[in-house]
Design a protein around this ligand. Structure first.
Ligand code: FES
Length: 144
């Protein structure tokens, strides 16, 4: 006679299936932030230029901007001479800051210093800041 009740082995199988499902869900939730942190940034392969108004980059000042998902910076090093650099320190990847009164970049993590051209002045960075092509066109700086 069928009473409609599940036997002990069917209940055990059902509970194990539920536990496996919940475990997989919790695992995915735990791993997702790590995946997002380690995954490459979108737009890395694009060649699209970024336009910044000339008036945003006065002489001796730095203008930070987003270059295809990466922090970058423009500096007018001399009148009419512009440099576009990655703002990512070549030591361990911290974001450099512009020190206007000293006219250089300072990495807040380990004290690395870079010239406005990106050259290493002091500290542990092994290489200059990466540079990007920049041209002046129709009152704008086109980077990339
Ligand atoms: S990360 Fe910039 S000096 Fe270490």
């Amino acid at each position: 006679m069928d009473t409609g009740r599940q036997g002990p082995s069917e209940r055990r199988l059902f509970l194990l299936s539920m536990l496996a499902g919940v475990g997989a869900l919790l695992g995915a939730i735990a791993v997702w932030p790590l995946y997002r942190y380690l995954a490459p940034q979108g737009g890395g392969g694009t060649t699209e230029q970024v336009a910044i108004p000339l008036s945003d980059v006065p002489l001796g000042a730095a203008r930070f901007f987003d270059y295809h998902g990466r922090p970058a910076v423009l500096v007018q090093v001399q009148a009419g001479e512009y440099v576009a650099l990655s703002a990512v320190c070549t030591h361990l990847g911290c974001i450099v800051k512009w020190v206007g009164e000293k006219r250089h970049f300072l990495c807040p993590c380990h004290g690395g210093q870079f010239a406005p051209t990106g050259a290493v002045l002091a500290g542990p960075p092994p290489q200059p800041l990466a540079s990007y092509r920049v041209i002046v066109q129709s009152g704008k700086l086109l980077v990339g």
